[in-house]
Design a protein around this ligand. Structure first.
Ligand SMILES: [Zn+2]
Length: 370
């Protein structure tokens, strides 16, 4: 998902709106004002109906935010930092810094959101009873009570990525002690749920309910995608579990001294190292890395004067990977920094080089060997 527009912070958590949220906000406000409130036969002027629509719509998204804050606060209480909460056209998402490390943590964080929604359902429903004398207020509260009930119930469906899927994962994790197996099971039920949505969508389209059908199908595809990638991630994690960088890194790598001029490099070594990546190593100084990119930026008439040290990328600016870094961590950091390879360091000493290609080769090998 792309960039969100930052609104404000709650307990230090940045709250943002994805651009797609505005579309759904307008759509919901319009359908409330034009459909739901108009159909109640309320004696309200045009502007009043729209004001009611906007207020109800805002309270609905406030409810979605409260649901996500439920997850976020419990995560914080379990010492898991929360990166952000953002609202988008299918609801909200609270991004936490790391996955829970124990099934209990996972369970508490997952159940907190639906609990908030179900509590809000009860509150709005009571408000609607109390305001029976003011029909337009009662109608708004009644709507909010029902959507919060729906929000809580929908999220309790036991398939990943729904909260219910996380609860299921926590239970299987607790029972079997196997996090990966639990993730695969929750992803599997998540895929079943997603197929259910798609089938229901197709059924709606066939029976002439086009808009509903497309919407259901879209939600189904969205869920299928998330459930599938959770399963793939669990498989990857399991394969890389317990493997360190040292076991996969290449101990042989082209290196040059910082004194080497670009002219020397191009005429002597470039032909034998088609990848065009060099470690620049001098005893006692921090090493650097030199790629074709840096070499290409040096004007040709300066090739005789410019030395490797002057144009190399100092290693402090790159990802820090050591031989005992878990391979999965290394892979994630390389992907986050968009690096194809990283030097493996112990202090300033280069121990080897790790490329994403090597990790993928290793994975392929592990898959073939079973
Ligand atoms: Zn939730």
């Amino acid at each position: 998902m792309g960039k969100s527009i930052k609104l404000f912070r709650i307990n230090g958590i940045p709250i943002g709106l994805h651009p797609s949220w505005f579309i759904i906000f307008l759509f919901l406000t319009w359908s409330l004002a034009n459909g739901y409130f108009a159909d109640q036969g309320l004696s309200l002027p045009f502007a009043g109906i729209w004001a009611l629509g906007i207020a109800t719509s805002l309270l609905f998204f406030g409810s979605v935010l409260a649901h996500e804050l439920g997850h976020a606060f419990v995560a914080l209480r379990n010492n898991i930092p929360v990166k952000s909460i953002s609202l988008f056209f299918l609801g909200g998402v609270a991004q936490i810094e790391r996955e829970p490390r124990a099934p209990g943590e996972e369970f508490r964080i997952a159940i907190a959101g639906p609990m908030v929604s179900l509590t809000l359902a009860v509150i709005f429903n009571s408000l609607s009873q109390f305001s029976a004398g003011l029909p337009y207020l009662a109608a708004a509260f009644d709507y909010l009570g029902r959507v919060n009930l729906l929000l809580g119930a929908f999220n309790l469906i036991p398939g990943f990525p729904m909260d219910g899927g996380r609860i299921l994962r926590a239970l299987i994790w607790k029972l079997t002690g196997d996090n990966y197996r639990a993730t695969r099971a929750a992803s599997f039920t998540g895929q079943l749920v997603a197929f259910g949505f798609i089938a229901f969508g197709v059924f709606n389209v066939i029976t002439g309910n086009l808009m509903n059908g497309i919407w259901m199908g879209f939600i189904g595809l969205f869920l299928l995608n998330l459930a599938g990638s959770a399963a793939a991630q669990a498989n990857l994690q399991q394969k890389l579990d317990g493997v360190n960088v040292e076991q996969v890194m290449n101990r042989y790598y082209p290196s040059i001294t910082g004194e080497t001029t670009i002219a020397q490099l191009v005429s002597n070594t470039l032909a034998v190292n088609a990848q065009g990546t060099y470690l620049v190593v001098d005893p006692g100084t921090p090493p650097g890395i030199l790629t074709l990119g840096e070499i290409a930026r040096v004007p040709r008439h300066l090739w005789n004067q410019i030395r490797a040290r002057e144009v190399m990328k100092p290693l402090e600016r790159l990802v820090q990977i050591s031989p005992d870094t878990p391979l999965l961590t290394a892979l994630q950091e390389m992907e986050a920094a968009d690096l194809r390879f990283v030097p493996v360091l112990e202090g300033f000493q280069v121990k080897g080089i790790l490329s994403r290609e090597q990790v993928h080769n290793y994975l392929r090998l592990r898959t073939q060997l079973g």
